[in-house]
Each structure stands twice: as C-alpha cells, then as structure tokens.
Design a binder for this molecule. Structure first.
Ligand SMILES: Cc1cc2nc3c(=O)[nH]c(=O)nc-3n(C[C@H](O)[C@H](O)[C@H](O)COP(=O)(O)OP(=O)(O)OC[C@H]3O[C@@H](n4cnc5c(N)ncnc54)[C@H](O)[C@@H]3O)c2cc1C
Length: 386
C-alpha cells in the first residue's frame, strides 16, 4: 500500500491541472483507469477558450484562466499551449435577438468584439452562406484562444512527476473505503493508495466514484457531442479561419491542422462510457455544414464523440463533500473544462489547503459558494424530478 498526501482519481485535464497545483503542497498520486491520459473527454475536445458559452461564473472562470494560457509558466511546455484565434458568432434573421443577448453577455469580458456584416464575415471565412434567408449578421471576438489539449494534459502530468508525484495509467479504481483518517483507493489490479484527501476528478464517472465511497451523488449528466472532420475546399488555406458558431447553438465549425471540424452541437444524455458517434448526429453535422456554408460534403474523413458532463446549474463544482471529510469533488466541467482549468485548479488548491480566497477570483465575483457542491442540494432534487 502506497501513501500520499493527495490521491487524484482521473487523468483528464481537470485531475491533472489540479494535481499540478496540489503538488506544491505534498505528494500527489494521479490514478487513471485508461492506458493513456486524456483518453475520454479531454482527448475529444475542440479545446477552444471563448466567452460565448456558459453563464457569468463560467465566463469569469474563463477570463481568470487566460493569464495562464497567455503567459504559460517557465518550463511548462516547450511549445505554446495557446494561440489567438478569432471567434465568430453568426445569426440568421430569426437568431438576431439571441445574438444581441450573447453580445451583451460577452462584452464585459472582452474589448475585442465588434458587430460584423456579410462582407466582413465572408472576408474572414469565404464559405459562409450569407445574405437573405441565410447568415445576416455576426459578432466577431478577436480574442479567442485555441488551446493545445494534448500539450496541456501532458504538461500538467510532467509538472506532477517533476515534483516526485506519480501519474499512473491503467489503474481503474474499483473500491474506496475509509482507513482511519484516510481514504483508501483500490484498483481493479489490487494495488492500493491512501491519503487524507481524495480528489474525485473522474469526469463522467464522478458520481460512480462517489458511490464507491458511499458519498451522495451530484446528479451529473453526461451529454454526448459529435465532431466530424471534412476536407476544406480544394486549395483553401483555412489556418486563419475563425471558430464559427451559430447564435442558435445548432452548429459550429473550426479549422484544425488543415481540415475543418464541424459539430451539430448535440447534447444527448448518455451513460458514462467510451462515447461513440451516432449516424444521425454525423449526418446532421454534414447537413448543417452544407446549410450554413457553401461547402459540399463529399467525404467525412474522421468522426468522434465525447461526453460533456454537467450538474444542474451547469457550473463546474469544486469542494469537499458535505457528507464525507476529505472527499473532494472536482466535476461537472461541461463544455468548458479546458478554458476554465487553470482557475479551477487554483480553486482546488485554495479550498484543500485552506488558503485565503484569491483576491483576483473575488474581484471577478467568483465565490466558493458558487462552486461548492452544497449549492446543488436544490438542483439535485429538480434534476431527479425532471
Ligand atoms: C466534442 C467536445 C468539444 C469540447 N470543446 C471544448 C472547448 O472548446 N473548450 C473547453 O474548454 N472544453 C471543451 N470540451 C469539454 C472538455 O473537453 C471537458 O470539460 C474536459 O475534458 C473534462 O475534463 P475531465 O478531466 O473532467 O474529464 P475526462 O477527460 O473525461 O477525465 C476523467 C478521467 O477519469 C477517468 N476515470 C473514470 N473512472 C475512473 C476510475 N474508476 N479509476 C480511475 N480513473 C477513472 C477516466 O478514464 C477519464 O480519463 C469539449 C468536450 C467535447 C466532448
């Protein structure tokens, strides 16, 4: 049996970024069930940071996290983990009120947004279908950030290992029990780890991990999202094209590695699993791409699906379980686990070590009460009732 100060279950971006902060305070062991880090949600993300998603708290967490991405710590990663990439929210005539609301909600967080018309939009992305009956207006945010998901996951893991901590793959936790003042986590293979603090960062499986420990669930809802990869128009250099999202949230696409990724922005309730794309959602992604752009989809080069897991209010949760000392929740990152990871990792460190709440978080109106599991008591009832 190995002992540590902190055992973290889950080798996705949430667990690893938190582990990297906790490694400043003691010995950390990260336990990942799969043979590779980031195998589930973190490896299936389009990993963008933008203000067009989530509520005020999520936007504030996104804003707070930017400093980390823009000026990554010395030695963190040999390559940049983020680079500026524009985000363009587009609207048909019917979607204009929604776009106005989105603009009003984003404006406090970025000075780089402006209204754009059809000509400016097709300058940025020539395949957009603009004009009457199609896209008529847009909001361009030049401050979007494309994140390198794999570089982030691997770099956080390197930080943990660099402090003498361990990041172990192929260790699926199958049992959790109290051992005196500690938690004991036992893997399927029989190995055991104990620590006074156990961080549950198991993504879609976080409620299942809680069940192993006899802790009340948060009411997590894993939602499947589908991505297809298609070839851009022959000869087109798509590298400078924006991340394009419809105000109605029924479609997005973005360039990546010379190809285009597109999604029907599906949110289909699923069980925690190795998510696979459904034929319907693949076809819908291709249909929406042809509907909102002039591209003819002749070949789908690749497709995948991943889970985005939410609690009732869709705000990520971090905090000790009210019913189990030392059991710490880090779950419900939804569709913003990358763009909020640095802020959430700082929150985890603060709440676990009992440090003073960071003034910069307070200034952005992020309070522990907005993040802690206790806030979900009412929400959990409404989720189970609905
Ligand atoms: C298609 C798609 C697009 C997205 N786009 C964006 C985006 O643009 N920007 C953004 O910020 N976010 C985006 N997201 C969301 C983001 O990917 C997630 O919020 C984030 O990856 C969640 O990280 P996680 O570490 O909580 O979960 P995961 O990466 O799923 O990690 C949890 C880990 O826990 C492990 N685990 C589970 N049970 C056990 C066990 N018993 N023992 C040991 N380990 C266990 C799992 O194997 C898994 O690796 C997107 C997600 C998807 C699917």
């Amino acid at each position: 049996m190995a002992t540590a100060d902190f055992v973290v279950i889950g080798g996705g971006v949430a667990g690893l970024s938190a582990a990297a902060r906790l490694a400043r305070h003691g010995r950390v062991v990260v336990l990942e069930a799969e043979d590779a880090l980031g195998y589930h949600s973190s490896g299936r993300s389009v990993s963008f940071s933008h203000y067009g998603i989530g509520d005020e708290t999520v936007r504030a967490l996104t804003s707070h996290s930017r400093a980390f991405f823009e000026a990554q710590p010395e030695g963190f990663c040999p390559t940049p983990v983020a680079w500026i990439a524009p985000t363009l929210y587009v609207a048909t005539e019917e979607m204009l009120p929604t776009l106005e609301t989105l603009h009003a909600r984003m404006a406090p967080f970025t000075a780089a947004i402006e209204w754009v018309g059809p000509a400016a939009m097709t300058d940025l992305c020539p395949i957009l279908r603009t004009g009457p009956g199609a896209i008529v207006r847009g909001v361009l945010d030049r401050s979007g950030l494309k994140l390198d998901a794999d570089a982030l996951v691997q770099s956080f893991a390197r930080v943990v290992r660099g402090t003498g901590g361990q990041v172990l793959t192929g260790q699926r936790i199958a049992a959790i029990e109290r051992r005196g003042a500690d938690w004991l986590a036992r893997a399927e293979k029989g190995e055991e780890w104990t620590a006074p603090v156990l961080v549950n960062a198991a993504g879609a499986w976080a409620d299942r991990i809680a069940a192993l420990a006899g802790v009340a669930p948060l009411g997590l809802q894993p939602m499947r999202r589908t991505i297809i990869v298609v070839d851009p128009p022959a000869g087109a250099d798509v590298s400078g094209w924006p991340f394009v999202l419809t105000a109605a949230r029924d479609f997005y696409f973005l360039p990546e590695a010379g190809q285009l990724l597109a999604s029907p922005v599906d949110e289909v309730l699923d069980d925690p699993c190795d998510a696979q794309p459904e034929e319907y959602d693949i076809a819908l992604a291709a249909h929406q791409l042809e509907h909102y752009t002039t591209l003819a989809v002749t070949r789908i080069a690749h497709r995948w699906a991943g889970l985005r897991s939410f609690v009732a209010d869709r705000v990520p949760t971090a905090g000790f379980a009210p019913d189990a000392p030392g059991f710490f929740w880090l779950a419900g990152q939804g569709g913003y686990g990358f763009q909020t990871a640095p802020a959430m990792a700082e929150i985890v460190e603060t709440l676990i070590t009992g440090g003073a709440w960071p003034a910069a978080l307070a200034a952005e109106d992020i309070t522990p009460e907005k993040i802690r599991p206790e806030r979900l008591a009412a929400g959990m009832e409404s989720v189970s009732a609905g």
